[in-house]
Design a protein around this ligand. Structure first.
Ligand code: BES
Ligand code: MN
Ligand code: MN
Length: 459
């Protein structure tokens, strides 16, 4: 691996400059005004894959944003790694909370990243992490050290639910044939405590709409005599959890498994300091389901959260009004055995059933996703573990994460391939938030670790 390490070292600056160019493309999938930019990001990746040495590179159209595919088959009898990543990013709003503009990447030092971090939307989720794979591939091709076959599947709709990926995968089963899916779109405990994510939560996301009177009303003339949809919505939402933090939807916990003693033990081994956790978020206290540790609450238990709520008058000054309508976006994180369809249906039935007279309630489901558990006794997991041990000098801990990557379950269902989540981000990297960043250390560690994974997996 000497030549490879030298190659990576010699190209460090080039890698960073190229990543910066990628980050300057505002590929926000959720907002139609960035459509052109999302296509440009796909184009950028096509060029990158081609110049790195991939074959059959193609921008594959879908009903939404395209999927970029590329591959290097050095010998069909060798194993094949399918690398997945997403080139779309979350909206950057609110812009005013960014210290520097989200699509003008800069390097700044932070307490956690004393060697500097790249600040930009997508720096960590997922452009920076996806780009590590392209650069590791480039390095392996250039030094003739690629030990097995590799395929790239890069999508532009992950942050909006990956709705077109399933049909694409089904239509391209042969082309996507592989022995393992490798994804860098998760995190580690810290740069001193490496870990491998082995579980992800699922997601059920919906919007609710409460309708009262057929028009906004003067709150003096009608206040007290008709139901106020915002008041009603708040009461309905408040009733969804009890004092112990349990979710009050009949049947919600039916398929939820309690953690085994072994699993609880694994979680207890994870270094965690509650004071530091609170300080980092400027919180006076944590909150959650009674009887569970913060790490359990945040990764192994299901949740229900309001992600947005609106209605009535929110402009400057005062307007005395009873609104006709109130809305909320609500998401539930799911744990193994809960399915998005089942939970969405349970929510819908329950929410409609608790609507008081005087209003009507509509529930509109959005996208969902299955939870996933990845094996920690597989050849691929061991290869990832050894690779990390090589570059971090410590054996990584297997941990479950609270985030969701619905395509992990989808790959298993449709292609029968298991995933390894080889993520290098940190929870403090502010993904989806203002001032998202990615440690330069983490970026280069990823590029160095990935070739070891390939090597160990091929042995
Ligand atoms: N990369 C994240 C998920 C993630 C981050 C998992 C860190 C574990 C650790 C992904 O891009 C994401 O944001 N997923 C969404 C779900 C998706 C269906 C919109 C999420 O978790 O909210
Ligand atoms: Mn992501
Ligand atoms: Mn994301």
């Amino acid at each position: 691996m000497k030549n490879l390490a030298d190659y990576i070292e010699a190209n460090k600056d080039k890698y960073l400059q190229e990543l910066f160019a990628f980050l300057r493309i505002p590929s926000v999938s959720a907002n139609p005004s960035y459509n052109e930019d999302v296509y440009e990001a796909a184009d950028f990746l096509k060029n990158q894959l081609e110049s790195s040495g991939a074959d059959n590179v193609e921008i594959c159209p879908t009903d939404g944003f395209p999927i970029v595919f590329g591959e290097k088959i050095i010998d069909p009898s060798l194993p094949t790694v399918l690398v997945y990543g997403h080139y779309d990013v979350q909206p950057a709003e609110p812009f005013e909370l960014w210290t520097t503009p989200p699509f003008e990447p800069v390097i700044r030092k932070t307490e956690i990243h004393p060697n500097g971090a790249i600040f930009a939307r997508g720096a960590c989720d997922d452009k920076g992490q996806m780009f590590m794979h392209i650069k590791a591939f480039e390095a392996m091709i250039s030094t003739q050290t690629l030990p097995c076959n590799v395929k790239f599947l890069l999508e532009g709709e992950e942050e909006v639910g990956s709705i077109n990926l399933g049909p694409f995968v089904e239509a391209n089963r042969e082309r996507l044939k592989a022995d393992v899916v490798l994804i860098s779109d998760t995190g580690m405990i810290s740069n001193d405590v490496p870990s491998i994510t082995m579980g992800l939560r699922g997601l059920s996301y919906l919007e609710v709409e409460v309708t009262g009177p057929n028009r906004d009303l003067h709150s003096g003339l009608y206040g007290g005599a008709v139901a106020n949809p915002i008041n009603v919505l708040c009461e309905m939402i408040a009733s969804l959890k009890d004092e112990q933090g349990k979710i009050n939807i009949p049947g919600f916990y039916n398929s939820v498994e309690e953690l085994s003693d072994d699993e609880r033990k694994l979680i207890q081994e994870i270094p965690f300091n509650l004071e530091e956790y609170k300080n980092a978020l400027a919180l006076t206290d944590v909150a959650g389901e009674e009887g569970y540790h913060t790490l359990e609450r945040a990764a192994t238990r299901p949740t229900l959260d309001v992600n947005g709520i609106w209605g009535g008058y929110t402009g400057d000054g005062a307007k005395t009004v009873i609104p006709s309508k109130a809305f909320a976006k609500i998401s539930m994180r799911l744990v193994p055995h809960q399915t998005p369809d089942e939970i969405t249906q349970l929510f819908k039935d329950h929410f409609e059933s608790i609507a008081p007279s005087g209003v009507t309630v509509a529930v509109h489901p959005h996208h969902g996703g299955f939870p996933a558990v990845t094996p920690i006794d597989s050849k691929a997991y061991h290869a990832a573990s050894k690779a990390i041990e090589m570059t971090y000098g410590k054996k990584p801990l297997p941990v479950r994460s609270g985030g969701s990557i619905p395509i992990v379950a989808m790959f298993e269902e449709k292609l029968n391939i298991k995933t390894v989540l080889l993520g290098f981000g940190l929870d403090s990297d502010a993904i989806h938030s203002p001032n998202e960043h990615y440690g330069i250390f983490n970026f280069y560690q990823g590029i160095k670790t990935i070739p070891y994974f390939f090597q160990y997996f091929s042995e």
